[in-house]
Design a protein around this ligand. Structure first.
Ligand code: HEM
Length: 180
């Protein structure tokens, strides 16, 4: 098994981080989508109840992923040249920026809020007596909205993999999912 990335394909570490974050982010959208469609009931409440701890895990994994990408930047498959390549690089940059900004905003709200934050019973932020309004209102304004922007961007990301596979047949998916 190839652990590190190469110019041909991503290694096991990058793949594990990519697919783990993908599954967890889809879980977040499933829960928030169900809440949007059905409102809060016992069934939807289960998904909503997992949102904060799962979001925290995503935050930790995305920070590790971004550092790993930075450390591996010289030995990764490149995007090539031309306009499509530039658009792909910009799209991936935006995906990273949103994956970091969205949970960071939520954590900022948890930090500034009065309830404290203890995912899996581990206290990250203690409850405080007075809310820090700028921190909570920033996330109130942007967290959910940027979340849905990320959902659209991920749909575009998946659609582009479909174009690579069915139209251009250039083996793009193989770099992140295939054996060789
Ligand atoms: C990448 C990770 C995350 C994604 C993609 C995400 C996405 C979303 C989306 C799409 C919404 C729905 C907004 C709406 O109602 O229209 C939402 C709501 C919310 N998120 Fe996140 N989120 C993430 C991480 C987090 C984290 C780390 C926390 C807390 C520390 C958090 C706390 C919340 C809260 C409290 C709500 C309101 C939910 C409710 O109505 O009970 N999120 N999020």
């Amino acid at each position: 098994m190839q652990l590190l990335d190469s110019s041909e394909r991503y290694g096991a570490v990058s793949r594990l981080l990519h697919w783990a974050v993908a599954v967890l982010i889809l879980w977040q959208f499933l829960g928030m989508g169900l809440k949007l469609i059905f409102g809060r009931n016992d069934f939807v409440g289960f998904f909503v109840g997992t949102h904060q701890p799962v979001g925290f895990i995503i935050f930790v994994l995305v920070v590790i992923r971004a550092l790993w990408a930075l450390a591996s930047r010289k030995r990764r498959p490149d995007h090539g040249t031309g306009l499509v390549a530039k658009a792909a690089a910009a799209g991936h940059g935006l995906l990273y920026a949103l994956m970091i900004a969205i949970p960071t905003l939520a954590l900022l709200r948890a930090w500034g809020g009065t309830r404290g934050f203890a995912p899996f019973g581990i206290e990250i932020f203690a409850p405080r007596e007075v809310e820090i309004a700028w921190a909570t209102s920033l996330a109130g304004l942007l967290h959910g909205e940027l979340g849905w922007v990320l959902a659209v961007l991920i749909a575009g990301h998946i659609a582009m993999v479909g174009v690579h596979e069915s139209l251009w047949r250039d083996g793009t998916l193989r770099k992140m999912a295939g054996r060789r």
